[in-house]
Design a binder for this molecule. Structure first.
Ligand SMILES: [Zn+2]
Length: 263
């Protein structure tokens, strides 16, 4: 007798690629075999942008492309230099989002001002291009909200996601008020993440996304392995458990939300 496992399709809204063709191929084959039908390949530095462009080019049907410069790239160089680079990349690539970008005062408190300037410049670019923005924030919640609120939105206004969310319920609510989605990564499966699971239980269905942030942060029970999009199902399973629903439901709503945001 053959038992059929209900087929679910999943959308990993945040993965990084190093651009090596063989690895990209095997990782994407395993993702597709695991029901991960779409992946956002996310940039953030010169090398991450190159890797994201490569995988989006190799898998145009299932990979959506986000390019940007993250907080580690915040230097004394004017943000305009980065913006010009993104403009030339966008001239020859189809972007679905700007990112990742944002603030991290855990690792780099000393570059706070430069981070703000680089973040702000990319928010304006996302606004100009009418694209969603993929936001990283760590130990910089107040500053992140402040930059978002100070941005003179001209288009439809802010659209996007705070990825790899690690905040509490209150911060989640503040982001939801600003029309952002909240994306949970493998961190939500970690043993000591009770506060985060409480946040995960509180986000409304229509703002919920899932991601791997691979190759980092592999979820339980794959902790010891290099993370990859195929493992996003474990994030979905964890969210189903904390929200008292089925993995099929989580897969369906997060897929739909991700398509709305990234295509
Ligand atoms: Zn990332």
């Amino acid at each position: 007798m053959v038992t059929s496992i209900p087929k679910i399709k999943l959308y990993d809204t945040h993965a990084h690629f190093d651009g090596s063709p063989l690895e990209t191929l095997t990782v994407m084959e395993r993702a597709l075999a695991a029901g991960v039908e779409r992946v956002v390949a996310v940039g953030g530095s010169t090398s991450l942008n190159v890797g994201a462009i490569a995988v989006a080019g190799a898998f145009p049907e299932c990979v959506r492309l986000a390019l940007g410069f993250d907080r580690d790239q915040a230097t004394d160089a004017s943000p305009e230099v980065y913006v010009e680079t993104l403009r030339s990349l966008a001239a020859v690539n189809t972007l679905s989002a700007v990112g990742e970008t944002g603030l991290d005062f855990h690792y780099h408190p000393e570059t706070a001002d430069a981070q703000r300037a680089l973040f702000r410049a990319q928010l304006l670019l996302a606004d100009e291009w009418q694209l969603p923005v993929i936001i990283h924030t760590r130990e910089a919640e107040e500053a992140t909200l402040q930059v978002l609120d100070e941005t003179p939105w001209r288009g439809e206004g802010l659209r996007g996601v705070v990825h790899c969310f690690t905040g509490d319920k209150t911060f989640a609510e503040q982001l939801i008020e600003r029309s952002l989605a909240i994306s949970f990564s493998g961190i939500v499966t970690f043993r000591n993440a009770d506060m985060l699971r409480e946040s995960a239980a509180s986000v409304p269905d229509e703002r919920l996304l899932i991601e791997t942030d691979s190759p980092f942060l592999a979820p339980v029970p794959k902790r010891s392995l290099r993370n990859e999009p195929a493992f996003v199902v474990y994030v979905a399973e964890c969210l189903a458990k904390v929200r008292g629903t089925t993995v099929e439901h989580i897969a369906a709503v997060t897929y739909e939300n991700a398509v709305r945001l990234f295509g």
